[in-house]
Design a protein around this ligand. Structure first.
Ligand SMILES: [Zn+2]
Length: 133
């Protein structure tokens, strides 16, 4: 047993655990991370090298989710028959906005994302958007 740096009780035991990580509604389980886990609070101290493995898996997962969302934005834009430039003119964000969103470099504002989701379901409304843009 080891004393927990977070809650101060001597309730930390060495173990291997699956650590869940949530990002944008998707869940990754990083399997069998070795380390000290507190049974009083939720503190965890990863064993040597495990922090790096955890960080690498999370990093890969986040990039994968971001690129998936970028591909989804590209699909919606094409469905609306808009070039990246036209899409930026309609939705704002600057001339390179859609190029960056679609590559997962930056994220669109939540309002842009919501509007695109609505247009994905009702593509005919893009004409209405054009009128107000
Ligand atoms: Zn604790």
């Amino acid at each position: 047993m080891k004393t927990c740096p977070s809650c101060g009780t001597a309730d930390m035991g060495f173990d291997s655990r699956d650590i869940p990580f949530n990002y944008k509604g998707e869940r990754l389980i990083v399997e069998q991370i070795r380390g000290w886990f507190c049974s009083t609070c939720s503190e965890a101290l990863f064993d040597d090298g495990e922090g790096g493995r955890y960080a690498a898996e999370i990093d890969h997962f986040v990039k994968m989710i971001d690129s998936t969302q970028g591909e989804d934005l590209r699909r919606i834009r094409r469905k609306l028959h808009l070039s990246q430039k036209e899409a930026a003119q309609l939705f704002g964000g600057g001339v390179n906005a859609f190029s960056e969103y679609e590559r997962g470099v930056t994220k669109p504002a939540k309002s842009t994302l919501l509007l695109l989701k609505i247009l994905d379901k009702h593509p005919d409304l893009v004409e209405e958007v054009r009128r107000y843009a």
